[in-house]
Design a protein around this ligand. Sequence first.
Ligand SMILES: *[C@@H]1O[C@H](CO)[C@@H](O)[C@H](O)[C@H]1NC(C)=O
Ligand SMILES: *[C@@H]1O[C@H](CO)[C@@H](O)[C@H](O)[C@H]1NC(C)=O
Length: 412
Amino acid sequence: MPSKPINTYTVALMLSFTILVLFLSGFLEFPSLATSVRSARGPGISDAAAAPDPFTDLVGAFKKWDSRVGCARFRERHGGQLGNGFNRSASPSSSLQVGGDGESECRELQLSHVSVLVKGWTWIPDNLDNLYPCRCGLSCLWTKSPVLADKPDALLFETSTPPLLRRNGDPLRVYMDLEAGRRRSGREDVFISYHAKDDVQSTYAGSLFHNGRNYHVSSFKDNETLIYWSSSRCLPQRNELAKKLLKLLPHHSFGKCLNNVGGRDKALSFYPECANDASVTPKWWDHLHCTMSHYKFVLAIENTWTESYVTEKLFYALDSGAIPIYFGAPNVMDFVPPHSIIDGSKFSSMEELATFVKSLANDPVAYAEYHAWRRCGVLGNYGSTRATSLDTLPCRLCEFISKKGGRNARAL
Ligand SMILES: *[C@@H]1O[C@H](CO)[C@@H](O)[C@H](O)[C@H]1NC(C)=O
Ligand SMILES: *[C@@H]1O[C@H](CO)[C@@H](O)[C@H](O)[C@H]1NC(C)=O
């Protein structure tokens, strides 16, 4: 049979080829060669061919990323010409109010001192009270005290409505609504909300949204339970979505909704190092940041999905050194650092999303890439997101009020 020797030859050839492929793909680990073969494939974002590595050490993953990818490449891809991604002259994202370049703006100020009196019950934390030195030599007194601001330039209302009328010489009426619906009161002279189209924008990316936390960040990442979730307002839509994803991935759910850790307030028994001041009864939010840091991923689902409504749920996760898996504002990418979050709505199915999450969990280099923005200082729009947060609201509001002339502004 003439075909037999050919077959034998072919089989032998195929065998050696298979061995070569296995060898090159690192499937057969030849200790002395495996490393050089892998690095010969070159540094890159997706290292899909590498053997799964369910790593637990985040700092170790960073080191691997440094040697395989590195900041220079990351900046090339995401930083533009400026290292940190800030470029004031580039057309800023329309999702964020970006401050002007100073001098021309300074000329528009009519008052060099502005005082704002915060009225009634509000979410605004007490420690925002301060005397702020602002741009252009402006000073800004922001206070809840009618004693310190006995003749305020503006009154700020959040949960109550401003007075119906304002006469000449009365303080300006400021109304703030950071909820998804962002409804004007119809009585305000200045409207503050989370959208760039509002008079003064205030994003949720402020440190004031997490006062009094335990900021310990764990370098140890759980490599079995991949996802942290905590929600105690069990809205049907959010619950359904969470259920669909979480059934595909090992997770801990600490809140009331889909709780699987044996009850509420269990985080401290899992992670005692997350306790705050021992003399104070712990509140559930005290250890949020620290607890999240033990997981590779944090699921963040907004209660309402609407443009620019990106809340602290996302920023907590980002701050804690986890990768947020986000469902919410369609333009979320305008608010976050480059390559920092997973936008769940961009996947065609939960199965596809779950497969992607697992592949990152098993690939320290690809995982570390999601933290590169912070380590390399490539902020992109996130610089502006933070610059327009509640933290800087006092100066930005005082500038706005000064431009209007404060109490001297003509009543409409
Ligand atoms: C900033 O953005 C502008 C407009 O997109 C561009 O022409 C310029 O080269 C950028 N500058 C730097 C330093 O990246
Ligand atoms: C998690 O990491 C440990 C230590 O590196 C390892 O022994 C274990 O097999 C990993 N778990 C999974 C699910 O791979």
